[in-house]
Design a protein around this ligand. Structure first.
Ligand code: M6R
Length: 348
């Protein structure tokens, strides 16, 4: 059942601290800061294939692997035919919650025909992806009923972070941040003012989400979740792309959610983009850890605990899940089973 929650989606959003604890269990050695995910992982190059929310997790994973010095690229599974075919020591990683998504299975099969090794990152033990791939990495989020992926996305991102960390020889900062993550997610759930933000902007014309670096996939995911369950027009952009087109859509009736974490170069640049939308009178909602001065340019702030960059993006995502949920609830939408959508898409 829904354990007292109005919807499975809200229940699953609240199950995220537990899902992440399960995902981390016995994979992190607190003594030496080393990570082991029981996957033989020493690729020359990595290609990710995935759809929808799982593609956003893959974009995140590809950035983390690049940071660890492993060339990696994420492809929409349905566009994998356009990729340079994998060779020799390449690893093709299918990220799929259900393990049954037709587009992803077909991209993985194509990769295997080309002789590549394959890894399934999935939530479902014994799923088709898990059975067909050479190896499987389970994200251990527990069963997800809501069509909108929430806890499985969080667990995918953590599993991919562990995979990237497993290639190094111990990153204490990252391990420490991961260890604190379930508690920090709980703090966001307990203190979020997302409902007030939803109330304020529910009647808007369109909703935009911007971020750069690791916050870029979060912007895309924020928008996907929002459109999926509210049926309102929502778009996610790389913050730097705004002025190359989307800015033409920005008005006083289009709230812009800006994901800004840390206080480095990327935050500074996104704040530049925030000023551009503010100058067009768009309401700005900053999703931030309070490290930069973005709040000065924001009409609302959705706060996340300050921490490590790799976990900040994920905490920001929790806020965006809640905004989408509360907006959809106010609009009376069919949150757990949005129109026209299925939990797993088994046709190409
Ligand atoms: O089971 P999968 O992770 O392969 O599913 C991929 C997408 O169909 C899925 O993430 C979809 O985008 C979700 N409904 C988004 O909430």
């Amino acid at each position: 059942g829904k354990s007292g929650y109005d919807h499975f989606m809200l229940k699953e959003i609240h199950e995220q601290p537990r899902a992440l604890r399960q995902c981390l269990r016995e994979r992190v050695n607190e003594m030496d800061g080393k990570v082991s995910v029981d996957v033989d992982f020493a690729p020359e190059r990595v290609q990710f294939v995935a759809c929808g929310t799982s593609y956003h997790a893959a974009l995140f994973g590809a950035q983390l692997l690049q940071q660890s010095g492993i060339p990696a690229q994420a492809f929409l599974a349905s566009e994998y035919a356009t990729a340079t075919p994998p060779i020799g020591d390449d690893l093709v990683v299918g990220v799929t919650q259900s393990g049954e998504t037709a587009d992803t299975l077909s991209a993985l099969r194509e990769a295997r025909r080309r002789g590549a090794r394959t890894l399934a990152v999935t939530n479902v033990v014994g799923s088709t992806a898990a059975r067909e791939c050479d190896q499987a990495l389970y994200v251990r989020a527990g069963p997800e009923i809501g069509v909108a992926a929430t806890k499985t996305f969080a667990a995918q991102v953590v599993a991919l972070t562990l995979l990237a960390l497993s290639t190094g020889d111990g990153d204490r900062d990252a391990i420490g941040a991961l260890r604190k993550l379930p508690g920090n997610v709980q703090a966001v759930l307990d203190e979020s003012t997302a409902r007030e933000v939803a109330e304020e902007y529910v009647d808007s014309d369109a909703f935009f989400f911007i971020g750069r670096g690791l916050s870029y996939p979060v912007a895309l995911e924020g928008a996907l979740k929002f459109k999926e369950i509210t049926y309102e027009h929502a778009e996610g952009f790389a913050a730097g792309e705004l002025k190359h087109g989307p800015l033409a859509l920005v008005t006083s009736e289009t709230p812009v959610f800006a994901v800004v974490t840390g206080d480095g170069e990327q935050a500074r640049k996104t704040i530049g983009n925030v000023k551009e939308v503010e100058a067009r009178d768009a309401p700005v909602i900053a999703v931030t850890d309070g490290q930069s001065d973005v709040e000065r340019y924001a009409d609302h702030v959705l706060r996340i605990p300050a921490g490590e960059p790799r976990t900040a993006a994920m905490l920001a995502n929790i806020q965006l899940q809640l905004v989408a949920y509360h907006t959809a609830a106010m609009l009376g939408r069919s949150i757990d089973k949005p129109r026209n959508l299925a939990k797993s898409v088994t046709v190409e």
